[in-house]
Design a protein around this ligand. Structure first.
Ligand SMILES: N[C@@H](CCC[C@H](N)C(=O)O)C(=O)O
Length: 270
């Protein structure tokens, strides 16, 4: 089977994007994992497929992790998907809507950046009693489209993201679905840095959009940060999270703004 693809990058989180509007590709988990394999395939943290909308939006968004498993949403992927599908709709398109498992979202193209209107967060739990050996820090939980754990640390650079990330990702509390795990350091009231262990990649990625959203929102709840919060990611970029705090639910109006870049286009036979 020959598959034309576009390789894209959102703040160092990279994706294979395929146009499947005619649903001609029915890829298995193994085939998706092969496309994402950095030695045997194109290489990426995940695969995005553009499919026809079913609920009135412009498109349907499908996201698969590098292991071939489908996830509900991907923040950096959503920015890449927004930029890719805006180009499909024609030059000058600045707003695209798409259906994800986490709800219908929109992407606004603003110069080189893309701003995603995110789904309403849920499953918020601050100061949980979840513990892992050797990690002396509180664990906070929130779902920003996919499940996330947030741990505040004083020394992000020297935090063992792989060890503690894997311990929390596979913690019985989150079984069987598992969770993504973010370590975050407060730089100042409006500025944090994060490193993320991603479920489905089973390692650290250079950025995680839903993860930085989770960290910024919990930074607001615990430390009273105002909107927007700037977030430094391991890939070197700084992105912005906006939100409207609510009295009767965690947040509305959550936005994720950052880069989305075309890297190269190609065709692969699998
Ligand atoms: N890279 C992502 C999140 C992708 C999904 C995640 N690995 C999961 O399985 O929940 C992002 O930018 O949000």
């Amino acid at each position: 089977m020959q598959i034309p693809f576009q390789k894209m990058n959102g703040a160092g989180n990279d994706f294979v994007v395929i146009d499947n509007r005619d649903l001609k590709f029915q890829l298995s988990k193994e085939q998706i994992a092969l496309l994402c394999d950095r030695q045997r395939g194109v290489g990426a943290d995940g695969l995005l497929a553009v499919e026809p909308a079913e609920k009135g939006a412009d498109f349907k968004f499908r996201y698969y992790n590098a292991d071939g498993g489908e996830a509900e949403m991907c923040g950096n992927g959503a920015r890449c998907f927004g930029k890719y599908t805006a180009a499909l709709l024609g030059e000058g398109t600045s707003l695209v809507t798409f259906e994800t498992i986490a709800g219908t979202l929109s992407a606004q193209i603003i110069g080189d950046n893309v701003c995603i209107a995110m789904s309403e967060p849920f499953d918020l739990a601050l100061h949980t009693d979840i513990k892992v050996d050797g990690l002396d820090a509180e664990v906070h939980v929130i779902n920003t489209g996919v499940p996330h754990v947030v741990v505040f640390v004083d020394d992000l650079k020297n935090t063992d993201v792989l060890k503690y990330g894997a311990a929390l990702r596979y913690h019985e509390h989150f079984a069987p679905a598992g969770t993504n795990v973010n370590f975050t350091q407060v730089l100042d009231a409006q500025h944090i840095a994060i490193r993320t262990y991603e479920r489905g990649v089973e390692g650290e990625t250079l950025a995680c959009g839903t993860g930085m959203t989770a960290c910024a929102l919990i930074h607001h709840l615990l430390n009273d940060a105002a909107s927007p919060v700037s977030v430094d990611v391991e890939g070197g970029e700084t992105l912005e999270i906006g939100f409207i705090p609510e009295s009767d639910k965690p947040f509305t109006g959550v936005t994720l703004t950052g880069p989305a870049d075309f890297v190269f286009a190609g065709e692969i036979t699998i």
